[in-house]
Design a protein around this ligand. Structure first.
Ligand SMILES: [Zn+2]
Ligand SMILES: [Zn+2]
Length: 118
């Protein structure tokens, strides 16, 4: 029953690879996958790199997309052509180096690759 619901939830998405990945990651997350390791976003129903700019992806407590020095959200720039992802703080201009922010960049790079069929 749970599985049927999760399939229905993404049935209307045009990108079938995205829909399948969303459903698979929902199940994996329920089984213990770190939600920050996901390549798809349950909230926005997108590949992570497509919605990482949303305020919902700033998590102050864990430090994801957050500059602790400036106490400000960090910006993520995604270059789809180059497959490159850059995260920086608009206040100090630096990469706010932390395990959480490295995880954001890593997940976005993998999301880009997965969306292309990698
Ligand atoms: Zn999202
Ligand atoms: Zn900063």
């Amino acid at each position: 029953m749970t599985e049927l619901r999760s399939v229905d939830r993404y049935a209307e998405l045009r990108d079938q690879r995205l829909a399948a990945r969303l459903a698979a990651e929902d199940s994996a997350e329920a089984a213990g996958l770190d939600p920050f390791e996901r390549l798809t976003c349950r909230t926005h129903r997108h590949w992570l790199h497509q919605c990482i700019g949303s305020a919902a992806h700033v998590v102050v407590v864990t430090g994801h997309r957050w500059c602790r020095a400036c106490e400000r959200p960090a910006t993520v720039v995604v270059d789809e052509l180059a497959g490159a992802v850059r995260l920086f703080c608009p206040s100090c201009g630096r990469f706010p180096d932390s395990p959480a922010n490295r995880q954001v960049v890593r997940a976005c790079v993998r999301s880009l690759a997965a969306a292309r069929g990698g």
